[in-house]
Design a protein around this ligand. Structure first.
Ligand SMILES: C=C(O[C@@H]1C=C(C(=O)O)C=C[C@H]1O)C(=O)O
Length: 470
């Protein structure tokens, strides 16, 4: 008997029957129209019985929302980034070019990745996958006073493009009229007075995990690890995600508010301040964000806390590891890599951080996903060295991270896009929410201070759910 030839690496092979194939499932066809007068929260509320997506980049004054599914793309294991890239490329290169609107209105994929490639959905993350992107059936984009409504679908092999285009335009016009006729939704202020809030990880267990990390540092096995804990909220009534998003948009205007709800009532949302990476053509933007201090009660106190943070050797070290790792990973792929030598302060309603903006030009632009793969997780969410930190997290954190601290964002038809890291976030199923918050641990960390810091980081989502209790 001849021996079997060695198996080729599995990572990059298409999974037959699972990966999107334009010749089987159909080619992308879409139509768009200006959507003057349609408000994004009204659009989202109207779609609440369907999968929904939302993304807001405060720095660009841009909001995207999606409702329903024209196509789902998934990826598994080590090859998950490549699998999504390959499917997105076939989707957009094979798309039928009809009714071209402005690039703002063009079809986009929304989604993200689990923190780990070996993610397995558990009860909390039942509707999530290791990599999952959705081309929404309806998509609404608003940017600096302009808004566009887009309808996306797949044209089955053999189907008439002209007839389908006509049908899509009629459906789009009908949806526009319907959305215009609905009363504008202004989500009520968050309020959940009778909720139960608990923190499943006790303080002694947290302190023991940190002491163990300190022993690893002392033994020279690691320099930094980001450790997280969770907060569980149970409410007698449904938690109002739309109100939470609205609140986060108002309260954290510079952050990246997101919602990924792949199945109704399985919503993952949050308002991270941290961009993992944005790519447009050859232009790349990212940041180092690590090192945290509370906000002061007065402007003077705020300034004093910021000055203390900038002068803290522990926080500067924690921050420098992030900036160095990002620069090292990007260096071979980029030119004109710039990062100021001294961090700035990023001030949010609940916290202040050390922040280093980083820019570069890509030598061989190929969209955003290869950069997401390269950078995730930075030492701001994993640690340093990466493998040792990830192994430590896997062994010692008691709750799987799911999609917490992982990339969420969007991809456009050029495969460009933007991804934040899904922190200051929660996964919500009707009356229950699980919030995640982590902190970077280095040799000079103290368990009680890091416990307190994770407490400040729960605050945005607790407030957004109407639950904040000092
Ligand atoms: C891990 C989180 O935040 C990260 C950790 C920080 C820190 O340790 O100072 C700061 C910003 C984020 O990169 C979180 O919010 O859950």
């Amino acid at each position: 008997m001849t021996p079997h030839p060695p198996r080729p690496p599995q990572a990059d092979l298409p999974s037959p029957g699972v990966e999107y194939r334009p010749d089987f499932q159909g080619r992308l066809i879409s139509a768009c129209c200006p959507a003057e007068g349609i408000d994004i929260y009204t659009f989202l509320r109207h779609g609440e019985q369907q999968p929904r997506f939302y993304w807001r980049d405060g720095s660009q004054d841009i909001q995207f929302a999606g409702v329903g599914v024209a196509l789902s793309l998934m990826g598994w294991g080590e090859g998950r980034f490549h699998q999504i890239q390959r499917q997105a490329r076939s989707l957009f290169t094979q798309a039928l070019a009809m009714d071209e609107g402005p690039s703002l209105a063009a079809p986009r994929l929304f989604g993200g990745f689990a923190f780990r490639q070996d993610f397995v959905p558990d009860f909390t993350w039942a509707a999530f996958h290791p990599a999952h992107f959705i081309l929404p059936h309806y998509q609404l984009v608003t940017c600096r006073g302009e808004s566009w409504l887009t309808i996306n679908a797949l044209l089955a092999p053999g189907e008439s493009a002209r007839a389908r285009q006509q049908a899509l335009q009629e459906a789009l016009a009908a949806r526009y009229r319907l959305l215009r006729s609905l009363p504008k939704v202004i989500p009520a202020p968050p309020s959940a007075p009778q909720v139960e809030v608990d923190y499943p990880l006790s303080y002694p267990a947290w302190a023991a995990m940190i002491e163990e990390a300190l022993r690893h540092f002392a033994a020279g096995r690691m320099d930094k690890v980001v450790l997280a804990r969770i907060c569980q909220v149970r409410s007698p009534t449904h938690l109002d995600i739309d109100a939470a998003l609205f609140h986060l948009d108002q309260r954290y205007p510079g952050c990246y508010t997101f919602l990924v709800e792949p199945r109704p009532h399985h919503a993952f949302f949050g308002a991270p301040p941290e961009l993992l990476v944005a790519v447009q053509g050859s232009r790349l933007q990212t940041m180092g964000l690590a090192g945290s201090a509370p906000r002061g009660a007065t402007p003077q106190e705020d300034e004093a806390l910021a000055a203390e943070l900038l002068a803290s050797a522990k926080d500067r070290h924690e921050h420098a590891l992030v900036v160095q790792a990002i620069q090292e990973r990007l260096a071979p792929l980029t030119t004109a890599l710039t990062a100021p030598a001294t961090p700035e302060i990023m001030r949010l309603s609940n916290i202040q951080h050390l922040f280093t903006p980083i820019q570069a030009e890509l030598r061989r632009p190929d969209g955003v996903l290869p950069l997401v793969e390269l950078l995730h997780p930075t030492p701001a969410l994993g640690g340093w060295p990466r493998d040792a930190a990830l192994a430590f997290i896997q062994e010692h954190e008691q709750t799987p991270r799911g999609w917490y601290a992982a990339p969420v964002g969007w991809i456009d038809r050029n495969l460009d896009g933007a991804f934040s890291v899904a922190i200051r976030s929660a996964v919500v199923q009707r009356r229950r929410a699980w919030l995640y918050a982590g902190a970077g641990i280095v040799a000079a960390s103290r368990p009680e201070r890091e416990w307190e810091e994770t407490g400040w980081k729960f605050r945005p989502v607790l407030e957004a759910l109407g639950v904040w209790r000092g």
